[in-house]
Design a protein around this ligand. Structure first.
Ligand code: ZN
Ligand code: FE
Ligand code: FE
Ligand code: ZN
Length: 272
């Protein structure tokens, strides 16, 4: 029996300026792997294009949608969802609402990368910021913002929930209380958390979120989605077997898909 895979809901395009491969090529790769559903979730534009240099410009948003529609036309056998990975920063809520109204998105992933207006904690060019700080302080600010993101109700999915582990800057303190507090906000807002396999390709060498975190998520009744966070064609569906194993071992038997921002529940594929 061929392996059945969950939908890969986190993938990027060259418009964000640090990914390679067109949506149509990602789609071809997905079909080759036997995936039946994917979703594009490129880094959304900011109101100011000069906010940073790793996302599409606002005037490229229509081009992004067109690229995804082209992939749909060229690969009718594959379900292809249209989405965005939106940066959550406090105060950006009105902008995110404006973005949400511009196109018929299937879902929005809310991600926290910024713990201040100038520092994205996953930026490899800003490692000196990590070295200048106490990791506990960074993780605390990050999880406060992640809870705020969940509570806005603007997102169907929260991206890579324990992103601060990316470069291996762990605090000596127990992270359990940070996870617990965030999960209360996530549960209240009925948001899904993604199992994001990109962590396996980073210094932390672990899926986002960690096995301990995923177990806590299941106990708290938090739904899940899956994402490779592909920034290149060969990363589509990457390490999905490990993600499935993680979900099963935590107790999950279902995951979520979305159409036009409405939720559906799918049975979690078995591991063969
Ligand atoms: Zn990216
Ligand atoms: Fe991200
Ligand atoms: Fe991403
Ligand atoms: Zn990402």
């Amino acid at each position: 029996m061929p392996m059945i895979w969950p939908a890969d809901y986190h993938m990027h395009t060259p418009l964000c300026r640090h990914a390679i491969g067109e949506p149509s090529e990602y789609a071809a790769r997905a079909l080759q792997l036997g995936l039946t559903e994917i979703g594009f979730s490129d880094h959304s534009p900011m109101r100011q294009d000069d906010f940073d240099d790793w996302r599409m410009r606002l005037d490229q948003l229509d081009e992004y949608v067109e690229k995804v529609q082209k992939a749909r036309r060229e690969h009718p056998a594959l379900i292809i969802k249209l989405a965005l990975e939106v940066d959550y920063l406090p105060g950006h809520e009105d902008w995110i609402r404006e973005l949400a109204a511009r196109h018929p998105w299937d879902y929005l992933i809310g991600s926290v990368h910024y713990v201040s207006d100038s520092w994205a904690i996953d930026n490899p060019y800003k490692l000196s910021e990590w070295k200048a700080r106490d990791p506990w302080e960074v993780w605390t600010v990050y999880f406060d913002r992640l809870a705020m993101a969940a509570e806005t109700g603007l997102f169907e999915i929260i991206g890579h929930a324990d992103l601060p582990k990316k470069f291996g800057f762990y605090p000596k303190q127990d992270l359990t209380p940070l996870f617990e507090k965030f999960l209360i906000s996530a549960r209240k807002s009925n948001v899904a958390l993604e199992l994001n396999t990109a962590g396996l390709r980073k210094d932390c060498k672990e899926i986002y979120p960690s096995p301990q975190f995923v177990k806590m998520m299941f106990a708290a009744g938090i739904p899940i989605t899956f994402g490779s966070d592909a920034h290149a064609t060969e990363e589509v569906g990457k390490d999905f077997k490990a993600a499935l194993e993680l979900a099963h071992s935590a107790g999950y038997r279902e995951y979520r898909t979305f159409s036009q921002r409405k939720v559906q529940t799918a049975r979690l594929p078995e591991i063969r």
